[in-house]
Design a binder for this molecule. Structure first.
Ligand code: 8IG
Length: 276
């Protein structure tokens, strides 16, 4: 069986296998914290220093080969030391999205692998549209809760899992101690790849949503279901459709991510040691 066949036929076995490969390659039997760096966040990882190990994600079981040649995600292992305490962070640069059309398994394979590799905390970052008009472009917002408009779950079978504390209150409190200016919001998961219409944004706002994006929600559910604590941080990189009257463009998103990278990197590196 190929590694991709294993991903689709037995996703937890694929995650367990990938975790074992990570332990073998890094020499680190167990990692502590996982970080998924979404678009606009990749350069924030530089604040963590030099990685102890890096490989292309598709060298590991179950991670799909790149859709575009040379565009594979990277997996890194970092050793962070604070007050003599060693913390091992497993960092995924880039992720797979539902809109790519490859199904749910590759979307959540990274976080499942991370939990199987020992991670007790999973930090999910993303770039998103701001529905709440008080948000400014370049502002980070902690995810307090979500609304799934894809209704796509990574779980199947009679697994009726409670999601009332999906985005850990404990962790949000610690992050807000680091930066008391941080706001919290409700994130809507939208399949994409199209952005919303202005009417859809109005619907989302009416439903109580603050942020909208195309990731994070399946990964949060998959990580929580395996027992990890989840933190979600969204970087508002554009006002959602119809909010300003401007059209949405991808360049704006990239520029806002770059501009915020230093602040986000500092926030992550100061927060991570306090989570474990
Ligand atoms: I960056 O406005 C980013 N990702 N669905 N809507 C949705 N996803 C996004 C948006 C947005 N901006």
């Amino acid at each position: 069986m190929t590694s991709t066949e294993l991903l689709y036929s037995d996703p937890l076995a694929a995650a367990t296998q990938a975790a074992k490969e990570i332990a073998d390659r890094t020499g680190v039997a167990s990692h502590d914290v996982a970080l998924v760096m979404g678009s606009g966040w990749v350069s924030a990882a530089d604040a963590l220093g030099a990685p102890a190990y890096e490989c292309n994600a598709d060298e590991l079981t179950g991670f799909l080969p790149p859709a575009v040649e040379g565009h594979s995600g990277k997996v890194r292992s970092y050793e962070l030391v604070e007050n003599g305490k060693k913390i091992r962070a497993l960092v995924f640069l880039g992720r797979t999205h539902l809109y790519e059309g490859k199904g749910m398994e590759p979307v959540v394979h990274g976080v499942r692998t991370a939990v199987k590799a020992g991670c007790k905390v999973v930090i999910l970052t993303n770039a998103c549209g701001g529905i709440n008009t008080k948000y400014k472009v370049g502002q980070p917002v902690l995810i307090r809760d979500h609304i799934s408009l894809t209704a796509a779950s990574p779980l199947s079978g009679a697994t009726f899992i409670d999601l009332t504390d999906l985005y850990s209150k404990r962790i949000r409190a610690i992050v807000k101690q680091e930066d008391s200016s941080l706001e919290e919001g409700v994130y809507v998961h939208w399949r994409g790849p199209t952005y919303e219409t202005p009417a859809e944004i109005l619907m989302m706002r009416t439903m109580g949503a603050d942020l909208v994006g195309m990731s994070t929600v399946p990964e949060a559910i998959a990580a929580h279901a395996l027992g990890a604590e989840v933190l979600g941080i969204s970087l508002v990189t554009n006002a959602a459709a119809g909010v300003t009257g401007e059209k949405l463009n991808h360049e704006e998103v990239i520029a806002a991510g770059k501009a915020a990278a230093d602040r986000m990197g500092a926030l992550l590196s100061s927060t991570i040691p306090k989570l474990i």
